[in-house]
Design a protein around this ligand. Structure first.
Ligand code: DQA
Length: 145
């Protein structure tokens, strides 16, 4: 069965309490539940992890080798800063979909550049928690092509 690592970066553990006007009231646990239910419908497995640390995220990406066939990632602010995360995805060469709750292109200009986008299959941004569900569907569609 296809297994997907869902990786969330810094501050996403605070979803629900964090800037609800921007990110909504849904918690990360609720997003994990939504993805688990979507995974059941798609007949795939998801493994949901979160870290506030760049190195922890990189270790998790390295550990996908031989375990997961796809990566769904919201790298949070590291999206806009981390060459190291980008290099980790390129190094393990795992099919990756990048997601964001907010529309990063309608916000501050420093959020308009993503280091992840060039090494991802694609990006879904701006649909709140639905970005994750859409991202999982797109990733599975790609893996089953
Ligand atoms: C985010 C957008 C990033 O710019 C921000 O730093 C986040 C969350 C989003 O999901 O909208 O932490 O990735």
């Amino acid at each position: 069965m296809i297994s997907v690592l869902v990786l969330n970066g810094p501050n996403l553990n605070l979803l629900g309490k964090r800037e609800p006007g921007v990110y909504g009231s849904v918690t990360l646990d609720e997003i994990d539940l939504l993805l688990t239910s979507e995974a059941n419908s798609l007949d795939v497995k998801v493994c949901c992890q979160q870290s506030n640390h760049e190195g922890g995220l990189i270790d998790a990406i390295h550990a996908t080798v031989g375990t997961h066939q796809g990566l769904l990632i919201n790298a949070g602010a590291y999206t806009h800063t981390s060459v190291a995360l980008r290099d980790a995805i390129a190094a393990v060469n795992i099919p990756t979909v990048e997601v964001h709750l907010s529309n990063i292109y309608s916000r501050e200009t420093f959020r308009h550049y993503s280091y992840i986008a060039p090494v991802a299959i694609g990006q879904i941004s701006g649909f709140g928690a639905e970005s994750y569900r859409l991202g999982l569907q797109a990733l599975i569609h790609h893996l089953r092509r």
